[in-house]
Design a protein around this ligand. Structure first.
Ligand code: HEM
Length: 115
């Protein structure tokens, strides 16, 4: 990852109203809301595949089409999910936009993830 882990940890405050980071043992790395999927392990994950979360159909279809959360895709998505999904002829259930620092959040998520 190219981003700054510490800056990403701070920026994640904007995400946790909707997203938790909870490891496979159920330990909370960040306690968060349930409007969005758990972001533990999202780095390198196929889009729309966190077990048990009710995604929009278009994000699921994108994952079935091969979309994986690389840094490039993650940054583009998080910066403007609506536009990102529209470019794929789809709709997004996430509308929040992180105007800058998505690469920092990616680096942070990579640092707390399983890999
Ligand atoms: C989905 C990141 C903020 C609601 C996602 C996904 C990522 C992501 C990577 C796709 C996950 C996957 O495919 O498993 C982030 C980051 C945020 C943020 C980094 C902060 C910078 C928010 C906020 C909300 C939200 C504030 C609620 C107001 C959602 C929802 C989805 C989602 C509902 C599912 C989208 C769908 O099914 O179309 N988010 N998110 N997110 N997020 Fe966020």
């Amino acid at each position: 990852p190219t981003g700054d882990v510490e800056a990403g940890e701070k920026a994640f405050k904007k995400c946790k109203s909707c997203h938790m980071i909870q490891d496979a043992d159920g330990e909370n790395i960040v306690k968060g809301g349930k409007t969005g999927p758990n972001l533990y392990g999202v780095v390198g994950r196929t889009a729309g595949t966190y077990e048990g979360f009710k995604y929009g159909k278009d994000l699921v279809a994108a994952g079935e089409g091969g979309l994986v959360w690389t840094e490039e895709e993650f940054v583009a998505y998080v910066s403007d999910p609506k536009a990102y999904m529209k470019a794929r002829d789809g709709k997004s259930k996430m509308t929040f936009r992180l105007k800058k620092g998505a690469e920092d959040v990616y680096a942070y998520l990579a640092s707390v993830g399983p890999a």
